[in-house]
Write a protein that binds this ligand. Structure first.
Ligand code: ADP
Ligand code: MG
Length: 254
């Protein structure tokens, strides 16, 4: 049997912010080709974990390690993690007035090419590339000329995150509440895009507290997080039990 390649491995992670411990001894292993979901109550530390994996400077790792493709990235800069292939779709994407969406996307794309010692792409060729991507995710091309996320609805911001993910072809994509604020149709469409993007060479970590996304995407593993730790791991069935019985269901299993 071929050994699976470890994409993300987190060992005994402890994280503080403002002298408060938020992640308390978390372990997680995601192999290439897998889709994982993390669920958990508000305040259990899900977004903190997402930010720490991508290198957010406001959080201090006090113990433990994060490995990406067998390389220790615990103390690496966010830029370097991004160039190595980690992408984070924010729970609350930031509006950047004055920066056009297409310029932002092209700069991000060219930064990556540069890091890979490849030639940067000119605006015209980029326009062709991004138009192809935007059509594939059913997004209106008019969004390219708007300012980054400015005045976008919740669903449009999330779609724009998906566009970035597919453009950068990230190997590990962390999608923090990509489903929040979406109506049923938008949720279906985003789920479809995520499923199309997922393949044997990448990995996806979904963070959510709703079952719908899990129903649509059917991740390989579902983890339940509580008080900064993963307390239960199973398949998509866990999510439907939580939907039926609430998070009490998990405390009964502990
Ligand atoms: P979740 O995404 O699971 O709802 P978060 O990771 O956003 O949870 O937050 C976990 C806990 O950490 C919460 O109690 C939150 O208030 C706290 N927290 C997160 N970031 C900060 C911060 N920068 N400063 C202070 N407390 C924070
Ligand atoms: Mg959160």
């Amino acid at each position: 049997m071929i050994n699976k390649q470890e994409m993300l491995k987190i060992h005994n992670l402890h994280v503080n912010t403002n002298n408060k411990e938020i992640i308390s001894g978390l372990d997680l292993l995601i192999n290439r080709g897998e889709i994982h979901a993390i669920m958990g109550k508000n305040g259990s530390g899900k977004s903190t974990l997402a930010k720490v994996i991508s290198g957010h400077p406001s959080y201090q790792i006090t113990e433990g390690n994060i490995f990406f493709k067998n390389e220790n990235i615990t103390y690496e800069e966010p830029e370097s993690r991004s160039h190595k292939g980690i992408f984070l779709a924010f729970q609350y994407p930031i509006e950047v007035p004055g920066v056009s969406n297409i310029d932002f996307l092209r700069l991000a794309y060219n930064c990556k090419l540069k890091k890979l010692n490849k030639q940067e792409i000119d605006p015209l060729s980029f326009f062709e590339l991004i138009n192809d991507k935007i059509q594939k995710i059913d997004m209106n091309p008019l969004f390219l000329n708007r300012h980054l996320n400015e005045g976008f609805s919740g669903g449009e911001k999330k779609k724009n995150e998906i566009l970035q993910m597919s453009l950068l072809k990230s190997e590990l994509s962390i999608l923090d509440e990509i489903d929040s604020g979406l109506d049923v149709d938008a949720l279906k469409s985003i789920s479809k895009n995520i499923k199309t993007f997922a393949n044997k060479d990448n990995a996806i970590l979904l963070i959510t507290h709703y079952q719908k996304l899990i129903d649509y995407i059917q991740p390989d593993y579902v983890h339940i997080m509580n008080k900064g730790k993963i307390i239960l791991t199973g398949n998509a069935k866990i999510a439907s039990n939580i939907d039926k019985y609430g998070y009490e269901y998990v405390s009964l299993k502990e």
